[in-house]
Write a protein that binds this ligand. Structure first.
Ligand code: ATP
Length: 784
């Protein structure tokens, strides 16, 4: 057997598979549409008879290739078939920008959806998910598979029924954000009828570096249950406005931290009339002052967030898109709202959270594609066990990536880059002007307006017009100013005559944090062998260099040296800075994963328990009795609770409001004996509940709700606690302890405590809740 599989494996090299697929081409081309479509049913049948997806690969890919041609008039090139094989094998296909990854995906998606367990394609933003589901969906449907999009275009919330339909589809196109959110929400449901998600099977992640690296630095958090609203945001904001940078507060060089000086602290104590800002009663005030200071000094309008319709909306640092529904935690969002004078939204607790790393590791098979993965291949292998395999381009890339233009100051750079745009525009060559923030895109747009150059702006304020702006961007004479939003996936097609003018010109006005992101932006030009060029205009006053540049840059900057910067020195500075940012981001991801590890174990256990209870068929009587026994053990684990008065108090609080004690009933000093005395109270209550809830389903429902409510209340509390604990241990750096170790130790302790809280409150729910029969025969539960 072993030998056989070895031999078989050798025969299945990508080259061999490609040959097999190519050999089937004529045969597929000769089939009628109906005969080709009928292959799907044939494949499904063969799977049912024991063949594997690997066995079907050559034929299935050949079928899709022919279907792509008939439906979309595009036949995947050999290099795309290679990419598709890599994707089926659970690895990362690095295919250069514009090589046609969208079409490549149709082959592995079709094959991996054939066994009916679902195949999900995740991509970096809603625009791409919708576009690709629409375009490629035509092929899958033609072949008889169902396709859905997991994001809603009109920003309407999808209902549970919508989501059931979506996730039951053979193929789902969605975003990492929507998928993560849906996963967490699915696990907050209480009834089998509210659950919509299937076990995770196959996922293909488009723009895999963006999803698994750039987005994975911060975990996804769902907020719910409002906290008591604080009234300190506005006053703290007023106070911060009176402070001066330098004497009252300081910023670090990277502008990542800000703190009050002693003078600032004195001013705060005077302003708020308190003697010691650091004393325990003023902790909350101090926290609000810190939040306000951060909101003013670290978080910038039109770079980190935009304000639209009176709402503060966060921007994704990498792709410049609005992150719908995402809020900064622990009051930071409200501090920005106070700064921007918009209505404060309620401060909420974190209810559920997960890192993208752990979300995707739940899939049976993960694969990914992007133009830029090789740089991070070790991390992909380490974290996800995926290899990065580079695929050759179909035609040679003829795009020219011209050397950077360098300037000492920002105004010089802006002026010169504008001159370049004007020259190109006069010639009619379309220009994509890539900027680093909404703010910069607006500056460039204003200058263009002054010069009377018609242009489109693609930034977080113009998302609804995205498809139209992209469609126009490759036409002769078009000028498109964009943030990093246009940096990925955007397929700019050249209009008539544009190739003769030199194709698309990408003018980038600053280097991005990562070389990968720079390369993606360059890759908007020169797609599918098209002509085009890219060029960066950079200055020493660019954000990236000011924040991360070494001392000599600052030195140059201060002296405004007129010496000409050596190109080599500048290039290596940019490289170093980007590497530093990448390493920093890598460390943050590792830390996010380490922080999530404990939460992951807890989350898995809690979700698993919830699911068992939700789907449990039959009576939960035995569970209730077991929970009671354990709750009693927890209580008596504290020896002092063995006193009669304490036991009676316990019974009155948790088991029976009307309990009447007979003298000396609980005098033994032995835990076992005590438990034997308490259990009958639970059994008696169970009999009463059974008598009242004659309908067996109603009884089970009540038992289930008693337990689930206890789990959920405690778990939400736990997630929020862990969230705060994380902030606390990171802030405790001065204590010289390893924050991860500290966090894990405290997280494990709090988990044990939480379990005991769950047991007691489940028991209490069961014993003390009021049940009321309604006129229509239903029963309402009023939890104690
Ligand atoms: N086999 C093919 N035959 C003809 N045209 C193709 C083929 N494959 C892809 N294309 C075209 O090539 C263009 C680029 O494709 P696509 O946008 O999928 O590239 P990509 O690899 O996803 O690029 P990016 O990395 O920028 O996201 C599209 O206009 C697409 O229609």
């Amino acid at each position: 057997m072993r030998n056989f599989s070895l031999i078989k494996h050798q025969h299945r090299s990508p080259q061999h598979l490609l040959k097999q697929i190519n050999d089937l081409q004529d045969q597929m081309a000769s089939l009628s549409d109906d005969a080709l479509k009928a292959q799907t049913a044939v494949f499904k049948k063969r799977l049912g008879q024991g063949e594997s997806l690997d066995d079907l690969l050559p034929e299935a890919f050949a079928v899709v290739r022919e279907a792509d041609y008939r439906v979309l008039s595009m036949k995947p090139f050999d290099v795309q078939v290679f990419g598709a094989i890599v994707l089926h094998e659970g690895n990362i296909a690095e295919m250069k920008t514009g090589e046609g990854k969208t079409l490549t995906a149709t082959m592995p998606m079709y094959l991996n959806a054939l066994d009916g367990q679902g195949a999900i394609l995740v991509t970096a933003n809603a625009y791409l998910a919708e576009r690709d589901a629409e375009d490629m969906g035509r092929v899958y449907r033609w072949l008889g598979l169902s396709v859905a999009v997991g994001v809603s275009s009109d920003e309407q919330d999808l209902t549970v029924d919508d989501k059931k339909k979506i996730y039951a589809s053979d193929i789902v196109y969605t975003t990492n954000y929507a998928l993560g959110f849906d996963y967490l929400i699915d696990n907050l449901s209480t009834f089998p009828s509210e659950k919509y998600m299937r076990a995770f099977n196959y996922v293909l992640i488009d723009e895999v570096d963006s999803v698994l690296l750039d987005s994975a630095q911060t975990p996804l958090i769902i907020s719910g249950a409002p906290k008591v609203q604080s009234n300190l945001f506005a006053v703290s904001d007023n106070f911060i406005r009176t402070l001066k940078k330098g004497p009252d507060f300081k910023l670090d060089d990277e502008e990542k931290n800000v703190w009050l000086t002693q003078h600032g602290i004195d001013l705060a104590e005077r302003f708020f009339d308190v003697d010691n800002l650091f004393s325990v009663p003023h902790q909350d005030l101090f926290r609000h002052i810190e939040l306000a200071l951060k909101a003013h000094e670290l978080l910038k309008l039109n770079r980190d967030y935009v304000v639209e319709h009176g709402e503060v909306q966060l921007l994704d640092a990498i792709d410049g898109r609005v992150m719908p529904g995402t809020k900064l935690q622990s009051g930071q969002h409200q501090a920005i709202e106070a700064k921007e004078h918009v209505e404060l939204t309620p401060e909420t607790r974190a209810m559920a959270s997960i890192t993208y790393q752990n979300l995707f590791r739940m899939f049976k098979k993960i694969s990914g594609m992007t133009g830029t993965a090789k740089i991070s291949q070790e991390e992909f292998l380490e974290t996800y066990n995926m290899k990065v395999i580079s695929i050759a381009t179909n035609k040679p890339t003829i795009r020219q990536d011209l050397p950077d233009h360098l300037y000492l100051s920002l105004p010089e750079k802006i002026a010169d880059s504008m001159k370049r745009v004007e020259v190109l525009h006069k010639k009619g060559q379309p220009v994509l002007l890539g900027t680093g923030s909404v703010g910069m895109s607006e500056i460039y747009s204003n200058i263009l307006l002054d010069k009377g150059i018609a242009h489109n702006v693609l930034n977080a304020y113009n998302i609804p017009k995205e498809a139209q702006i992209v469609a126009e961007a490759g036409q002769a004479g078009a000028v498109t100013v964009a943030t990093a939003m246009a940096g990925r996936g955007t397929d700019i097609k050249l209009g008539p005559g544009v190739a003769q003018l030199g194709g698309l010109a990408v003018i980038a006005t600053e280097h991005m944090k990562s070389k990968r992101v720079d390369d993606q932006l360059r890759g908007r030009a020169g797609r599918q062998g098209d002509p085009g060029f890219s060029q960066f205009f950079v200055s020493l006053e660019d954000d990236l260099l000011i924040k991360q540049g070494p001392e000599w840059v600052r030195h140059y900057f201060r002296r405004k040296s007129k010496k000409i910067l050596s190109r080599h020195k500048f290039r290596s500075l940019v490289d170093k800075t980007q590497r530093y940012e990448d390493e920093q981001a890598h460390r943050t991801r590792i830390q996010a994963l380490e922080f999530d590890e404990n939460l992951r174990i807890q989350r898995d256990m809690v979700y698993d328990t919830r699911n068992k209870i939700i789907f449990f068929q039959g009576s939960l009587d035995a569970e209730i009795l077991l929970i009671a026994k354990m709750a009693f053990k927890d209580f008596f684990a504290h020896k002092e609770n063995l006193q009669e008065t304490k036991i009676v108090r316990f019974i009155l609080d948790n088991l029976d409001y009307n309990f009447v004690d007979s003298p000396n009933a609980f005098r033994s000093q032995d835990m076992k004996a005590m438990i034997t005395l308490l259990l009958p109270l639970v059994k008696k209550r169970l009999m009463e509940r059974k008598k009242f809830l004659v309908d067996f389903q109603q009884l089970v429902h009540f038992e289930r709700m008693s337990i689930l409510k206890a789990i959920d209340t405690a778990w939400v509390e736990q997630v929020d606690n862990l969230q705060q604990l994380k902030v606390a241990v990171v802030n405790r750096q001065y204590s010289q302890k390893d924050p991860i170790f500290e966090y894990q130790r405290e997280a494990a302790l709090s988990y044990a405590k939480m379990k005991s809280v769950i047991r007691l409150s489940a028991l209490r729910n069961f014993m003390l809740s009021d049940l009321v029969k309604e006129k229509d025969g239903s029963v309402s539960i009023y939890f104690a």
